[in-house]
Design a protein around this ligand. Structure first.
Ligand code: G3H
Ligand code: 13P
Ligand code: ZN
Length: 323
């Protein structure tokens, strides 16, 4: 058993309490490789923001779970070296089984998501409760999910979304004893979130459902997945340099800013980071066709990612200076 506490990591309890009181949200950024992790840490130290490092099942398969844990440990040390000991949680994103959650808890994760949103309500409760009972023995926090987000990723896919039913949340939280709840109010995973024609605006998030949920479970930390905004300037840059991303759209940042001032305490962003890296890599390779040193394109990708994260922290999540 490796305790996250020995690695210098924290669970999400204190982070969420402060975020709730201070009306901001903690950034939850996914990572699969060194450059992404460096960009996250540099951005969070520079802005003095707490952070949740997210590892998906796909990331574990890609990078190796032991490697990722040591990388997170390295991130804690790197933050100190850069001059500010920001609170860092290591979180399993979209855990789909008790065994996966248990394995993460036993190898240094401070927080896990158990995503039973595709199961029946009763099965979701049973699975989430089982994970919570195990996790809480080790002071690891657990995120559950009610409602289904649309969107397709490597490990997360659903054709149709269904909004979270506010009538269920109180019962779910009480029966599972979960620490935070991911809800579905119109966000979705990936870079193609809404089917809109050029010039048309995207459907607004369902703040009415969020308000109702807040009324049913006051002061309880809410999580928003699928919260990338898909900056159009990045899409244009990708397409101008040989890419082909048509009709990619995301959630407008002003809506996320509004959500961050509510009970939403954690906002998940992955796709925007992928876009920033891809745009930077494509630009270098197109402009310098002779280049073959990975540092020459991954370096600019890392810089671009860092700027994106700084922007999100300062202007969307509001978590700057809250570490
Ligand atoms: O919500 C899912 C995250 O973006 C992780 O994606 O499963 O492709 O690693 P992934
Ligand atoms: P995006 O695809 O919108 O970045 O969402 C990421 C996410 O929800 C990770 O769990
Ligand atoms: Zn997600």
């Amino acid at each position: 058993m490796i305790s996250y506490k020995d690695l210098g990591l924290v669970n999400t309890k204190e982070m969420f309490k402060k975020a709730m009181d201070g009306k901001y949200a903690i950034p939850a950024y996914n990572f699969n490789n060194m450059e992404q992790l460096q960009a996250i840490i540099q951005a969070c130290v520079e802005t003095k923001s707490p952070v949740i490092l997210q590892v998906s099942k796909g990331a574990r398969n890609y990078a190796n779970q032991t490697m990722l844990r040591y990388m997170a440990q390295g991130a804690v040390e790197m933050a100190k070296e850069l001059g500010f000991n920001v609170p860092i949680a290591l979180h399993l994103d979209h855990g789909d089984s008790f065994e996966l959650a248990k394995s993460c808890i036993e190898t240094g994760f401070s927080s896990v998501m158990i995503d039973g949103s595709h199961l029946s309500y009763e099965e979701n409760i049973a699975l989430t409760k089982k994970v919570v009972e195990f996790a809480h023995k080790y002071d690891v926090t657990v995120e559950g999910e009610l409602g289904v987000l649309a969107g397709i990723e490597d490990e997360v896919s659903a054709d149709h979304s269904s909004y979270t039913n506010p009538d269920d949340v109180e019962d779910f939280v009480k029966k599972t004893n979960v620490d935070s709840l991911a809800i579905s109010i119109g966000t979705s995973h990936g870079a193609y979130k809404f089917k809109v024609k050029p010039g048309e605006s995207v459907p607004p998030l369902r703040f009415d459902i969020l308000d109702e949920i807040e009324k049913r479970i006051p002061g309880f930390p809410i999580v928003l997945h699928g919260a990338s905004s898909v900056p159009q300037q990045l899409i244009e840059e990708i397409n101008a340099n040989g890419g082909k991303m048509e009709n990619a759209v995301g959630v407008p940042e002003d809506q996320l800013r509004k959500a961050a001032t509510s009970a939403v305490c954690k906002i998940n962003i992955d796709s925007d980071g992928r876009l920033a890296m891809t745009a930077a890599v494509r630009k270098v390779l197109k402009e310098k066709a002779e280049e073959f040193d990975p540092r020459k394109y991954l370096g600019p990708a890392r810089d671009s990612l860092k700027q994106l994260y700084i922007h999100k922290i300062k202007n969307v999540l509001g978590s700057a200076g809250k570490a």
